[in-house]
Unconditional design. Structure first.
Length: 309
């Protein structure tokens, strides 16, 4: 009779790696990023080109740490200093990753999609994420489209899905995991992003700005955080006082953001504050100002001063 205890089962080796989420503007990259991280860290709006920074999101599941990079949509229309900066962020994100998620709308492939696809190294494992599958009315149309996509690029796998369906997100984790190398994690298990709370505050105000002005406001508008102070409070565990400036290019844009009797600016502030209180777990006092800086998106020094690389 053998009294030796059975050896404990080996725990799976830790994996960790970088996953770039790329695609043209407005294909659902930020929605996918937020679903994968499990919390909103990247802003979303119907307005094209809301993501302007390379944003890292972290999700640790069992033995694997997934580090996602959400990129701005590649700009092909205008050669402004802002757009050059955005395109540089895309190129930086895709040069040093373990796997790429190339996001397109299921059944669609435009010249803008082709431009982004042409940037991808064919030797890098790339998954074709056919997003918004729920909007395709006739599934029979998807098969010939997938075949045509395979002829355009040596995709490692096709993943038809909807970023809004939890089951599809679960399946994507399983697929991506095998492309990540066995190595130690880079972040603590509970970390969600490499971006600061101050950065998340500016992004949240910008999201509300775009959502509440719709297509009226040109996309060359930005938000600068002037003050972000955590203060002691007898009533709240955390109390943060912040002030932000919305920068626009013309006086007519300023009037549009402020709205009649200041109503629109008030609503932008209220919705941003409510979102930030949820995200930061704090009571937030937020002051908003609007300033005109004409031509800022074409001025490289000013683009850099507003936090773009």
């Amino acid at each position: 009779m053998n009294d030796a205890a059975a050896p404990a089962p080996e725990s799976p080796a830790r994996r960790c790696g970088l996953i770039a989420i790329v695609g043209k503007p407005n294909v659902g990259k930020s929605t996918l990023m937020n679903a994968l991280v499990g919390q909103k860290i990247s802003i979303t709006s119907r307005k094209a080109q809301t993501t302007r920074h390379r944003i890292m999101g972290v999700r640790t599941r069992q033995a694997t740490q997934f580090v996602f990079v959400d990129t701005p949509g590649f700009q092909t229309r205008h050669g402004s200093a802002l757009n050059k900066s955005l395109n540089k962020a895309v190129m930086g994100a895709i040069s040093d990753v373990d796997v790429v998620l190339f996001v397109v709308e299921a059944g669609s492939f435009t010249l803008h999609d082709a431009k982004v696809l042409s940037l991808l190294n064919p030797a890098l494992p790339t998954l074709l994420i056919a997003n918004k599958l729920d909007t395709v009315h006739r599934r029979a149309e998807v098969a010939p489209w997938l075949k045509s996509m395979q002829e355009r690029h040596p995709f490692a796998e096709f993943v038809p899905m909807s970023a809004k369906k939890p089951g599809d997100i679960e399946r994507l984790f399983t697929i991506v995991e095998k492309y990540l190398p066995e190595q130690a994690w880079w972040y603590a298990e509970d970390e969600l992003t490499d971006r600061s709370e101050r950065f998340l505050a500016s992004e949240t105000v910008r999201e509300k700005l775009f959502r509440l002005t719709g297509d009226e406001l040109p996309y060359a508008s930005t938000v600068v955080i002037d003050r972000f102070d955590e203060e002691p409070s007898p009533k709240h565990q955390r109390f943060i006082r912040m002030a932000a400036t919305i920068v626009v290019e013309r006086d007519s844009h300023k009037a549009m953001v402020i709205g009649e009797r200041g109503e629109r600016l008030k609503r932008i502030g209220t919705e941003a504050r409510q979102d930030l209180e949820r995200q930061l777990g704090a009571k937030v006092f937020l002051e908003l100002w609007v300033k005109v800086r004409s031509g800022w998106a074409d001025d490289e020094a000013r683009v850099r001063s507003f936090g773009y690389e």
